[in-house]
Ligand binder design. Structure first.
Ligand SMILES: Cc1cc2nc3c(=O)[nH]c(=O)nc-3n(C[C@H](O)[C@H](O)[C@H](O)COP(=O)(O)OP(=O)(O)OC[C@H]3O[C@@H](n4cnc5c(N)ncnc54)[C@H](O)[C@@H]3O)c2cc1C
Length: 512
């Protein structure tokens, strides 16, 4: 049985690229296949840097560390990591009472509040009454408000609250490289100059500057936006999402932190004139970035706005500028090459989903290669359809953030609302929400096409104060069930809910 299952696993894998995508791929492939004699190599250019941003995750990353066999007490202190309970959106809606809302990571504790929230929201939506704000309903929103950790300290609550992470992406890469080398990775620091194809179109070998030719059964393209293998050699083209995701540029800067102050376990995402800024708290500093559309603001004006926002107008600190093509390729697995990471596409970072797509892609390819009775074009097509489905589902959810904004202060926000061309699926969802149709039924109808749960959709749409009847200035006063649940939790399990900063300090002092 075992030999049947592993009949198609590649004997030699060559990963090109040592950004987070390359290191995650190396660790998961080694965890899955090293004991079956598979040789995994990774070649990384000394000349081409990593993108060096990407410091927030979804809860899916927890599974990555579990699968790679790496405990939090080892990697979190090494990467100055913190816990993340969700994302706080600020200034996306101009409706009174809805100036901000929290998109929480949901847990078993939220099952009852989710039911109450969805039914309260539907009642208000269909009666065109006042709105229902999501924040009071959910546990992680309350934890973030109180700067408590979503990782309970003791007792029965362990593993019952879901959470993601914030981390230093450069340190995470170094940490994962060392882990992979420990597990048997062959690491080559060299620049790939040529990618050759055989007569069947598949990659036959790659040539590096110093180490000569390298070959493998499976090539993994983790070369970032350049897509050296999948795009340049195999000819895949980016299908642009520019008609509904307008942001194409970003800039990033780190700022200091008072290392005694409490840490909110949240990413903050605040709307500016032509985009939005992120603020990510690590254990020792903040990461900040402005994601904007170059069609609406110049690079210099955007930098001035960003610096003013951060109080850095006079500061002698450099801001790093990045350009950001948004879109995806069609075939992520082509011949004997799989693209993972920025090489396969990028949706802008609003919900910090890129590493989730990386992880789901790696898990999928490992599973396909380990279990398929035969490797053929139809298998590749199924894989590619799965990955595209995940990407498009995430894309729709992110596009909705922009389309639903109610700001009128700049052309950018008006254009996001009026000129975006949503997919059919998103269009149907928004129509259902804005009519008195059964929104939950529409979500169910779209089923597997959706990458986000109904609760996330309701948080977004109710969190913006969007109601079919038009602007609503009143926030419903009911909405107490989550808050009550949180108070009960605090009373019954107070010792499990711990201050986030204090918990991280303790984690840092543990022997690794
Ligand atoms: C502004 C911005 C914000 C983001 N925020 C988030 C976030 O909050 N959460 C999230 O999940 N994701 C985020 N992302 C995405 C995230 O940064 C990436 O998905 C992640 O870092 C993986 O990148 P990568 O490994 O694919 O590419 P890169 O980091 O670009 O690595 C490419 C690698 O390829 C190598 N390489 C290139 N050419 C050659 C060659 N010729 N020979 C050998 N090696 C070569 C380079 O040396 C490098 O090691 C963000 C992205 C951007 C642009």
């Amino acid at each position: 049985m075992e030999s049947d299952m592993s009949k198609h696993i590649p004997q030699k894998v060559l990963i090109v690229g040592g950004g987070t995508a390359g290191w995650m791929t190396a660790n998961l492939m080694l965890a899955a296949w090293a004991d079956q004699g598979v040789q995994v190599s990774l070649v990384e250019s000394p000349d081409v840097g990593i993108i060096g941003v990407g410091e927030g995750s979804t809860p899916v990353l927890k599974r990555f560390f579990t699968m790679a066999g790496i405990p939090e007490r080892e990697w979190m202190p090494a990467c100055n990591a913190t816990y993340k309970a969700g994302i706080r959106f600020i200034g996306w809606s101009s409706r009174p009472g809805y100036e901000s809302y929290f998109h929480p990571f949901f847990s078993t504790f939220d099952e009852h509040p989710i039911r109450t929230f969805l039914s309260d929201a539907d009642r208000h939506r269909c009666n065109q009454a006042s709105g229902v704000h999501p924040d009071p309903y959910f546990l992680t929103s309350q934890l973030a408000n109180d700067k408590l950790s979503p990782r309970p300290g003791l007792g029965q609550l362990k593993d019952q609250i879901d959470y993601g992470y914030h981390f230093d992406s450069g340190l995470l890469g170094e940490f994962l490289r060392k882990q992979a080398v420990k597990k048997g990775l062959r690491y080559i620091r060299d620049h790939v100059e040529v990618v050759e194809r055989g007569r069947d179109g598949a990659i036959s070998q790659i040539t590096t500057r110093a180490s000569g030719a390298l070959s493998a059964d499976l090539y993994v393209d983790c070369t970032g936006f350049s897509g050296l293998l999948i795009k340049e050699a195999l000819g895949e083209r980016l299908i642009s999402f520019k008609n509904n995701l307008f942001n194409d540029s970003a800039m990033a800067v780190q700022t200091p932190m008072d290392t005694n102050a409490p840490i909110a376990p949240e990413t903050r995402s605040e709307a500016l004139s032509a985009g939005w800024v992120w603020n990510i708290p690590l254990f020792n500093r903040y990461g900040n970035g402005y994601v904007y559309s170059s069609d609406f603001i110049s690079r210099d004006a955007a930098e001035t706005e960003f610096r003013a926002h951060l109080g850095l107008l006079e500061a002698d600190v450099a801001v790093r500028h990045l350009s950001m093509p948004v879109g995806r390729i069609e075939n992520h697995w082509k011949h004997n090459c799989v693209a993972i990471g920025l090489s396969q596409g990028f949706i802008e970072p609003l919900e910090a989903t890129a590493l989730m797509t990386v992880q789901l892609s790696i898990e999928n390819i490992i599973s396909f290669l380990s279990r398929a009775p035969d490797i053929n074009q139809s298998l590749r097509e199924t894989y590619n359809a799965n990955v595209n489905n995940v990407i498009e589902g995430i894309r729709d959810y992110i596009v909705a953030h922009f389309m639903m904004n109610s700001r009128s202060d700049t052309d950018y926000w008006r254009s996001c609302r009026n000129d975006s061309q949503p997919s059919e699926a998103l269009d149907s969802l928004l129509r259902a929400w804005h009519s008195s149709d059964d929104f939950q039924a529409e979500l169910v109808r779209q089923g597997a096409r959706q990458s986000y749960t109904p609760a996330s959709w309701y948080c977004l749409l109710a969190g913006y104060g969007r109601l079919p009847g038009g602007p609503s200035d009143a926030v419903a006063s009911s909405a107490a069930s989550g808050t009550l649940g949180f108070q009960v939790l605090k009373q019954q399990h107070g010792d499990s809910l711990v201050d986030h900063r204090a918990q991280l300090k303790a984690l840092h002092s543990l022997p690794s």
